[in-house]
Write a protein that binds this ligand. Sequence first.
Ligand SMILES: Cc1cc2nc3c(=O)[nH]c(=O)nc-3n(C[C@H](O)[C@H](O)[C@H](O)COP(=O)(O)OP(=O)(O)OC[C@H]3O[C@@H](n4cnc5c(N)ncnc54)[C@H](O)[C@@H]3O)c2cc1C
Length: 497
Amino acid sequence: MSKPETDRFDVVVVGGGNAGFSAVHSAVEQGAKVLLLEKAPEDAAGGNSFYTAGAFRFAFDGLTDVADLLEPDERHADSVVPAYPESAFEDDMRRVTDGKCDPVLTKILVSRSADAVRWLAGKGIQWRLMYERQAYLSDGKWVFSGGLFVGTVDGGKGLIAQHTKAALEEGVEIRYDAEVTALHLSDAAERGVTYRDSGGAEHRIRARAVVLSAGGFESDPERRAEHLGEGWDRALVRGTPTNTGDVLDLALAAGAAPHGDWGSCHSVAWDADGSPTGGNRELTNQLTRQSYPIGIVVNIEGERFVDEGADFRNYTYAKYGREILRQPQGRAFQLFDAKTRPLLRKEEYDSRPIAGAQADSLAELAEELGIDVDGLRRTVAEFNASIVDEPFDPAVKDGRAAQVQPPKSNWAQALDTAPYYGYAVGCGITFTFGGVHVDESAQVLDTEGQPIDGLYAAGEMVGGLFSGNYPGGSGLTSGAVFGRLAGAGAAKPVGNG
Ligand SMILES: Cc1cc2nc3c(=O)[nH]c(=O)nc-3n(C[C@H](O)[C@H](O)[C@H](O)COP(=O)(O)OP(=O)(O)OC[C@H]3O[C@@H](n4cnc5c(N)ncnc54)[C@H](O)[C@@H]3O)c2cc1C
């Protein structure tokens, strides 16, 4: 092992995703000399944040409130963008987590969400309305729904490129291939971290404060099986292979209190041929299959198992991955016909390669996809016969239900018009919900509820916000809100004392 090298900084940030970069910008604002350590090599950096659609959920008063933030688009004049007040965001958090979100952390997330987006804009992050993902054309108007409307220009790739550019312009040093392997917290004069470089050499960094933003344990099959339970070692990994939970373990070993729901995670319908070890940096989020609310989803026996139309997609997609994992072979199939196929998200369903098939009859489709033909025939006949007579409108909860078991509460369309389309999906894990406990300034708390000197956390590492489910677009906002707080808190002794 090489002789440890010593470097001194005011703040060291561990993990270069959206949360880490937010902490970086914030610490720099306070006058701190900042080092960002990122485990991945430069060409694989950006964490899960790189793979995202760049969708940010935040409270605002409608299009005029955010128009100055958005890149120009001639469709703005024909867009219906409902206001999304803080109360609605907070209600959504409580509703989708069954009341299990930490009220203190939720309040911080919600009340600081709008300001965080504006603050990021000031750092060079660019914004747009996400027509292709969050709106349907209805009577000549682009109608947005589901509380999530604004995303970054060029999605997660753009977000990370813009963050990195800003950090370098701020004079921040970024070291890639730098895997943090130890935290040193007990002695203030010796505070800092040790990291290992790609050649295996260890380096010692001293800093007045450490910000942990190194993601959850979603990419580690063993930790998944341990915390999430049976079968989760077989999930497909949507994002970075580097979020393996080792920094969470270091934090717990240093006395941090675990917080939130360590037994559940964000997981979605994901192309069945996706990799079990990590996402695709070219296609990133295009391997998601999120247009199921306008189709039906069956397992290999041809049986439905969820209410595809229970709510807007943004409130169901993150919990349906685990339902797919529970099915025989951990597989399911999203089915559409000639009527609904044009409504599917182009970036996901026109993306190639794709695990799917097209056929002129349902029986042929079932055979091609390996679904039980008789089972599917029974399911579709029963489903088609049970649809209530309400007009179909994907832009609102239209009440066009299928009264079967399980029901389909909205957007039920008979599957009856050739050609038929089927897409094979598995369970793609996004990120884990358990983390460490932080206070209102993102400082990590110990098991006695006391702040640990010089230790902050942000992003996926913060536990307590989500459980069982999640309102789409909240992860990036959480990273920005808590990253900003963590960076400011960590830098405090440097600037404002
Ligand atoms: C395909 C996909 C699409 C998504 N779409 C959205 C979306 O549109 N909107 C949304 O809000 N959320 C989305 N999410 C969730 C979102 O990615 C996360 O909530 C968010 O990016 C987490 O940010 P973070 O900074 O905490 O973690 P990350 O961005 O994952 O960053 C963590 C970093 O820590 C590094 N690291 C890990 N261990 C170490 C170590 N030992 N030493 C140094 N560095 C380490 C990792 O390499 C990684 O770069 C999506 C996720 C995926 C996978």
